[in-house]
Structure formats: structure tokens, C-alpha cells
Write a protein that binds this ligand. Structure first.
Ligand code: BG6
Length: 507
């Protein structure tokens, strides 16, 4: 391939801005998220030589560890998650450091230790005073940490930049999200605030935009004239593991719908921005959110909680029997919603959203269901053919699957649905796609906010889901648990689509 061909194929998404030499401080470094996602993501960047030079990570959390035991713990975590290579690890590990501290410690205590550690690392490695704070702690600490960063003098510098990456859920409702923002904006400004939703770092999510807006063939049919409805599924086979403390307070709507599912909906429904940049993309997703019709919870929403069942042939316990879950808990672990977007493009096209824990298997996809042909010239049983489906598969086996009708070879005219399959792994010769956090951390280190949520998006997302949360809290379910672990969710979810003469796609 000539250089010219290569560069013409590689323009656009994924190039991002170059990262700048910096320190990343991970609050909650001993926690689940840091071990499962953040450190493996940084390790992935190191393997691809995409980390800035010089660079360092400082983990901050309550656990008693030093640099060495922190590195050992992270090594085990990375080796569990990804294909691990000692030579890469040995280059990456010296960048990892640790400070033991309480998130709500007085600023002159543990935070002063953190400040001293940062200064000494900056001096020793010649790192400019650029610091990215990543809050990977329980959300209840976000506000405290921001205050302590301010009071200890860590939040500002006249020699470099400060950025704040903040995990979801951002608040527990619109008011608390606004309160948290108010606190953050007393210390950092919006251009320093990176509200992360790791789904936006997934390759296939970004590919939704590329397929729509870099190919002329999709956009003309991407509207109510050709699309019958859209199904967005985020199915998980895992239960809640050791996260009962978090999940009991959060539930499926706050954990998955308010952020991941609404982001997927936005990426599917968005109008073409003039330019692919933070302002363009975020302005257009905000317009989609504004056009979402308020939900009529009784008609548009179904909830569920898993009971005992079977996963992969083994008995699996129900949610109420999980460690630290109340035996009478009414926390929903499944939600299905019918969402209407009242704008010119999508009027009358339902977006069906479903997500749940302990479903039959892990699968995330956005499926565009096209209308059937207006007239059928072929004689078929039942007089109709199902419409084409274009499915964007986020996991597993990232790719795009187009279902259409073809003639079965043979003498007569027998029609059969067939599939055309684009798989990322084979098309690009990649065994395992990079962790979504890699790209987002890379963007944050480069000062690119395109794939991070703006405050107005978050507030609107809460406005959309709050009636569901309120209604479900006011009317406790009578049928929980209402789906078996290892099934595809409650029967009522089938009813949601049946009422519209439709059915969920078989997965
Ligand atoms: C997280 C949720 O944001 O996303 C988890 O808190 C969920 O409950 C996870 O399991 C799913 O992410 P992924 O990338 O595994 O689909």
C-alpha cells in the first residue's frame, strides 16, 4: 500500500490530539474499576507506545500499599484482563506510584502527601505540571475530593493544566447532578471537566457515526421513511458480583439507562454535525435529547429483577440471594423502554431499549429494523417478508451484520433471509479491540472533550429517566423476581413490543 493510500484511509476518527506529558492521579486506585479498566487501559496505551513521555500514574486510595505492592496488585489485574507481555509490563510498571490516603482526609494531611509525591515525581522525571485527576471512587466522594483538591492547592497551577475525569453516575437525579456541577465549577471550569461514559470509547459506537456519515449509501435511508423501529440491547450475563452496596442504591436505570443506553440512542439518532469535534457532536446529541418525548411510565417502561435460574448449565442464584442484597430488595436489574423522538427525522419511529443483568448471554447491539418493501412481487407464504436489519454489534465480536433476503439456489423462487457479516477482528486483523477506556484516557490527556458528556446532556438524561425512577419507587413491584437468571428477561418486556405488533430480535 502506498503512503498516499494509507493516509487517505486513516484520516478522521481515532487520530485524536497528541497526548501531553502529564501525571494521572487515580482516586480509588485499589478499587474494582481501576483494576478492571483503568490500569489495563493505560497498559494497552503503553503497549502501543501511545502514552506521553514523560508520564506517571499515582494511585490514591485507602488501602495500605506502597509503590511495590501497588505495582504487584496491578500486574495481577492486567494479567487477568488482557493478553499480557512481561516485556511491555516491565516498561510500564515503573510509571506506577502510590499514595495511601482517605478521600475525605483534611487537605493538610493525605492530600499534602499527594502534592509532595507529585512534585517529587515531576522533578525527578522532568514532567511538566500537567495533572489529570480521575475520580474512580464511589460517587458519594466526588464532591469531597474536588473540595480537598481545591483546599490543598492541587487543583490549580500557573505552569501547566489540570483536568478532572469523573465517573458515572453523575449525580443521582437532575438536582444532585446540578449540585455536583456547581461544586466542580467553583474549582474547575467546564473545559477541564470530563464526564466519562466508557460506551463512547467503544469502537463500534464511534463506527456508527463513521458508517452513517462517511458513506453515502446509509444516510438517505436513515429516517422514518425507511426505518420501522430501532432496538438497542445491552444484555449482560454477569450478576452484580461484589457491588451490592453500589447497585442496591443505583439500580438498572441509574447504572445503565441514564448514561450508556441514552448515549447509544443519541449516536444512532443524531443529525450530522458540521464538523466532528466536541462542540458539533455535543450540540447535536443535546438536540436529540431535547426531542425525546416524556415517557408514560405505565405504558412505556417494564422493569425486572432476576430470580434463581441457570447460567451455562450451572445453577445461578437470584438477585435477592446475592451477597449484601436485602432479601426483600425491590431494586430493578432489568429495564425495557419505548422511547419516541419527536423530530422530523424520527417521528413515529419507536426506539426500544433493553438492558439487564444475568441475561442469557452478554451481547450489546444497536439494530436498525427497516420497513418491508412497499409491494411484494414474489409469492411468499403469509404474504409478507420481514424487513432488513442492520445490526451494529458492540460486543462480543464487534462488527456490523446486515440481514437481507436472497434467492435460495435451486429451480424455484424460494426466498431466504441471509446475513452479511463485517467483523472488526478479521477486517483489521486485530485479535482483541482496545479497551474503551484507552481511547477516552488518551483523549483526556490530549484535551479532547468530544467523547465526554456535557453538563446539559447529563441534566436532560436525568429529566428523561426520573419519572421512571419515581414511579417505580412509588409503586413497589408485586412480581419480583420476575425473570430467571439465564433467560432473556421478564415476559412483560415481550408485551411492550407485542402491543406495537413487533417482537424483540432473537439474539
Ligand atoms: C458499567 C456499569 O458502567 O458498565 C456496570 O456500572 C456494567 O454495571 C458495565 O456491568 C458494562 O460495561 P461493558 O463495557 O462490560 O459493557
Amino acid at each position: 500500500m502506498s503512503e498516499m493510500e494509507f493516509s487517505s484511509r486513516c484520516v478522521g476518527l481515532g487520530q485524536g490530539r497528541a497526548t501531553e506529558p502529564c501525571c494521572i492521579v487515580v482516586f480509588g486506585a485499589a478499587g474494582d474499576l481501576a483494576q478492571r479498566e483503568l490500569i489495563p487501559a493505560l497498559y494497552d496505551l503503553a503497549c502501543q507506545s501511545l502514552l506521553p513521555e514523560p508520564f506517571t500514574v499515582v494511585g490514591f486510595s485507602r488501602e495500605d500499599m506502597d509503590d511495590k505492592s501497588f505495582r504487584d496488585r496491578m500486574r495481577a489485574a492486567v494479567a487477568r484482563q488482557r493478553s499480557f507481555e512481561t516485556r511491555h509490563w516491565e516498561r510500564f510498571a515503573p510509571h506506577l506510584h502510590y499514595v495511601q490516603g482517605n478521600f475525605d482526609a483534611p487537605p493538610e494531611g493525605d492530600y499534602a502527601l499527594l502534592r509532595d509525591k507529585l512534585r517529587s515525581l515531576q522533578t525527578r522525571h522532568g514532567i511538566p505540571d500537567n495533572v489529570l485527576f480521575h475520580l474512580a471512587t464511589p460517587p458519594s466522594f466526588f464532591s469531597d475530593i474536588v473540595s480537598r483538591l481545591d483546599q490543598s492547592g492541587l487543583a490549580g497551577s500557573d505552569k501547566g493544566w489540570r483536568r478532572l475525569v469523573i465517573e458515572k453516575p453523575f449525580g443521582t437525579d437532575e438536582q444532585s447532578a446540578r449540585d455536583l456541577d456547581r461544586r466542580i465549577l467553583e474549582v474547575f471550569d467546564e473545559s477541564q471537566t470530563y464526564r466519562i461514559d466508557h460506551f463512547l470509547g467503544k469502537e463500534t459506537v464511534q463506527n456508527l457515526l463513521v458508517v452513517r456519515f462517511a458513506n453515502p449509501s446509509f444516510e438517505p435511508i436513515w429516517n422514518r421513511n425507511y426505518i420501522d423501529h430501532v432496538q438497542i440491547t445491552v444484555a449482560e450475563d454477569i450478576g452484580i458480583g461484589t457491588r451490592a452496596g453500589f447497585y442496591e442504591k443505583t439500580g438498572v436505570v441509574r447504572d445503565m439507562v441514564q448514561n450508556h443506553l441514552l448515549q447509544l440512542l443519541c449516536m444512532t439518532a443524531i443529525e450530522p454535525p458540521v464538523r466532528y469535534d466536541g462542540a458539533g457532536l455535543r450540540d447535536e446529541t443535546a438536540k436529540v435529547m431535547q426531542a425525546i418525548r416524556p415517557l408514560d411510565v405505565r405504558l412505556d417502561a417494564v422493569r425486572g429483577q432476576y430470580g434463581p435460574g441457570h447460567m451455562n448449565g450451572k445453577a445461578a442464584s437470584g438477585y435477592r440471594a446475592e451477597k449484601d442484597v436485602a432479601p426483600e430488595s425491590n431494586t430493578a436489574t432489568y429495564a425495557a423502554l419505548r422511547v419516541m423522538i419527536d423530530n422530523w427525522r424520527w417521528a413515529g419511529v419507536p426506539f426500544y431499549l433493553r438492558t439487564g443483568k444475568r441475561l442469557a448471554h452478554k451481547l450489546t447491539e444497536v439494530a436498525i429494523h427497516f420497513k418491508p418493501t412497499p409491494h411484494l412481487m414474489f409469492p411468499v407464504e403469509g404474504g409478507s417478508l420481514s424487513g432488513n436489519i442492520l445490526a451494529f454489534r458492540l460486543q462480543p465480536e464487534e462488527g456490523i451484520i446486515q440481514t437481507f433476503v436472497a434467492k435460495q439456489p435451486g429451480p424455484g423462487l424460494c426466498l431466504q433471509p441471509v446475513t452479511m457479516n463485517f467483523r472488526y477482528a478479521s477486517a483489521f486483523g486485530i485479535e482483541q479491540l482496545p479497551n474503551a477506556y484507552s481511547w477516552l484516557l488518551h483523549d483526556a490527556m490530549g484535551g479532547d472533550q468530544t467523547l465526554f458528556a456535557r453538563a446539559d446532556w447529563i441534566y436532560r438524561a436525568w429529566q428523561i429517566v426520573e419519572p421512571v425512577i419515581a414511579h417505580w419507587a412509588a409503586e413497589p413491584p408485586r412480581d419480583f423476581p420476575n425473570y430467571a437468571a439465564g433467560s432473556w428477561g421478564p415476559l412483560a418486556a415481550e408485551g411492550l413490543l407485542r402491543a406495537d405488533q413487533r417482537a424483540w430480535k432473537t439474539l
